[in-house]
Design a protein around this ligand. Structure first.
Ligand code: PMT
Length: 222
């Protein structure tokens, strides 16, 4: 028997990319593999939590039966799934790489190639973390991620307050061994309280356990 310090806690994790359809065969997306989110889901599970995963399209091998697992595609679908269960959650971790914009219209048929150039008009997607953050109750903990390429710490701290997170986990595209697709990550964790800690490059599984340890430092738990 392992450490069950999260037993009795209901945890929601958003993970993976979203896909925003352009037409029946094409979409806009990003490089998220779901590995960081899955490492978190596994860590919470092995530490006793009841884990609700909302995942964008991924190609990892997963034992979905161990979780309450919901597959989604677009940011809108991810938002609907998260909103439906948010109220019952103790902890929400927003590890998904959600597309900030989606095509204004989904063409009903495959867009045909022509000699002219093509412009696509995009509209802003709902911000899942910010919308649910505005509804966060006193006994709920929200953990966000920030994927940055510049002014990393400043941008992460802005997102921390804007989205009403208790903790934000910064991973920088500038750090080797960090970010999309790799089995490792390197993070800088900022608490709303001002506390912050940095990790070395480590397997995502180990980073996930570090994040869980940090969640236990949040005042709501003491
Ligand atoms: O999946 P992997 O290949 O393992 O890669 C892991 C990861 C790099 C995707 C992950 O560690 C990570 O950083 N996820 C968040 C990526 C991201 O979109 O960050 P952001 O800085 O754009 O968003 C800030 C926060 O708001 C995130 O918690 C994000 O989930 C959330 N958000 C953003 C936009 C939106 N419309 N809704 C959201 O909920």
């Amino acid at each position: 028997a392992g450490n069950t310090d999260f037993s009795g806690k209901k945890v929601m994790i958003t993970m993976g990319p979203t896909q925003e359809a352009l037409d029946p065969v094409r979409y806009i997306s990003n490089h998220s593999s779901g590995k960081m989110g899955l490492a978190l889901a596994d860590a919470f599970l092995s530490r006793g939590a009841d884990v609700f995963v909302i995942s964008g399209p991924i190609s990892l091998k997963v034992n979905k039966d161990a979780f309450h697992w919901k597959n989604v595609r677009s940011a809108k679908e991810m938002y609907d799934a998260a909103s439906a269960i948010h109220d019952q959650m103790d902890i929400c971790v927003f590890a998904a790489a959600v597309a900030d914009y989606a095509p204004a219209e989904i063409a009903p048929e495959k867009i045909k190639k022509s000699d002219a150039s093509l412009s696509i008009s995009l509209v802003k997607n709902v911000d899942i973390a910010a919308s649910l953050g505005a509804k966060k109750k006193q006994n709920q903990v929200h953990v966000g991620f920030a994927l940055e390429t510049e002014n990393e710490a400043k941008n992460a701290q802005l997102k921390l307050s804007k989205k009403n997170f208790d903790v934000i986990v910064l991973n920088s595209m500038k750090d080797s061994g960090a970010g999309f697709q790799l089995d490792t990550n390197k993070v800088h964790i900022f608490h709303a309280s001002g506390l912050s800690i940095q990790s070395d490059v480590a397997p995502k599984k180990q980073i996930a356990d570090l994040i869980l340890d940090q969640i236990k430092n949040i005042p709501v738990w003491v």
